[in-house]
Write a protein that binds this ligand. Structure first.
Ligand SMILES: Cc1cc2nc3c(=O)[nH]c(=O)nc-3n(C[C@H](O)[C@H](O)[C@H](O)COP(=O)(O)OP(=O)(O)OC[C@H]3O[C@@H](n4cnc5c(N)ncnc54)[C@H](O)[C@@H]3O)c2cc1C
Length: 311
């Protein structure tokens, strides 16, 4: 019963997150905007680049490596995709200027993937060149399953000109077994996640033991080969098991990664034990979708949201 309720909660938030009417209702209502923003703040590095720089500096001072994403996705207009690209370039310049220890994470659909392949490749290359000046990586996030082929295709093509490029893969997709065999032969780093999007049951495993075992099989394959990777999860069981694999294989090219504001105290304890840990910071104004996604993946976070609003 409890599990069922959480699943209903999760599905509802996923639907709300993707509903354009819900988003514009909240964004055009100042009262709702201000209230929900209070709940979103715990997951945000800020709304502007300079606020993000301050948040990253603090995390770097605490000893965390960071990756940073200027929030946004599903842009269908070349001008907006180019504006987002300019923001990522400005962020890459800030990394160099302020000596930040941060890579860049992004959705390809934020920088032109839904406009044309040529545009997204051009924009991605510009961002990679700028990030390369501070020896930083650009990591592509993975989107809904209807976009997987396109994202992987662009990643593989871009890798020819952008050696500092990495990719995210979703353990819950059955297709990942084949994709993984191909991707691990490429030099780019791999971020492993369980997968966040609603997917037809024929294409993906539900949350549970089988998915956890599959996730850990990929983890072991990455760590045992010392392939550059991020083991990105908020699941204590996953990170616990990962530390045992790290102790066994002694890799040097991995990070344990979590989103900013989610179970970062546990990540700190791994860091204090000497494991490499990274925090994924997001900034920008597109926080509504992001907040709904955080509530969807763990609906009990809604109570945390209420507490933040009432503070
Ligand atoms: C750095 C990073 C990058 C990501 N990038 C992508 C991406 O590009 N594409 C994509 O599809 N997904 C991405 N995700 C999301 C990912 O796919 C999962 O949906 C998300 O991490 C939840 O799965 P899980 O492994 O953390 O645990 P789950 O199996 O979902 O949950 C297991 C347990 O983990 C804890 N937990 C999980 N989520 C939370 C939370 N929000 N708050 C508090 N506790 C929680 C709870 O104890 C829960 O019972 C990313 C996640 C991270 C950490």
């Amino acid at each position: 019963m409890e599990k069922q309720l959480l699943e209903i909660g999760s599905e509802s938030f996923k639907k709300i997150a993707l509903n354009e009417d819900a988003k514009s209702y909240v964004l055009s209502n100042p009262l709702l905007f201000n209230i929900l923003k209070k709940a979103a703040n715990r997951y945000l590095g800020g709304e502007t680049l300079s606020e993000a720089v301050d948040a990253i500096r603090l995390l770097n001072e605490e000893g965390f490596t960071v990756t940073t994403d200027y929030m946004g996705e599903s842009i269908r207009n070349a001008q907006k995709a180019n504006e987002a690209t300019q923001e990522f370039i400005a962020f890459a310049q800030a990394i160099l200027q302020y000596g930040l220890n941060s890579s860049i994470s992004l959705d390809l659909s934020h920088i032109g993937m839904l406009v044309s392949k040529e545009l997204v490749l051009e924009n991605l290359q510009k961002i990679c060149i700028e990030a390369q000046k501070s020896n930083q990586e650009v990591i592509i996030s993975m989107e809904g399953v209807e976009r997987t082929d396109l994202v992987l295709d662009i990643y593989q093509e871009a890798l020819n000109n952008c050696p500092n490029l990495g990719i995210t893969i979703q353990a819950y997709l059955y297709r990942t077994r084949e994709d993984f065999q191909r991707l691990i032969k490429l030099p780019g780093s791999i971020r492993l996640v369980k997968g966040a999007f609603e997917v037809p049951t024929a294409l993906a495993m539900p949350r549970g033991e089988k998915l956890d075992d599959t996730y850990l099989q990929y983890t072991e394959a990455l760590l045992s080969k010392n392939h550059p990777c991020s083991i990105a999860s908020h699941h204590e069981k996953i990170h616990q098991a990962t530390t045992q694999l790290i102790n066994q294989y002694q890799p040097t090219n991995y990070v344990l990664e979590r989103l900013y504001g989610i179970r970062n105290e546990e990540l700190k304890s791994y860091k204090d034990q000497g494991y490499y840990c990274r925090i994924y910071v997001v900034y920008g104004k597109e926080w509504f979708l992001y907040l709904c996604n955080r509530w969807a993946e763990y609906p009990l976070n809604l109570f945390q949201g209420i507490a933040d609003i009432l503070k």
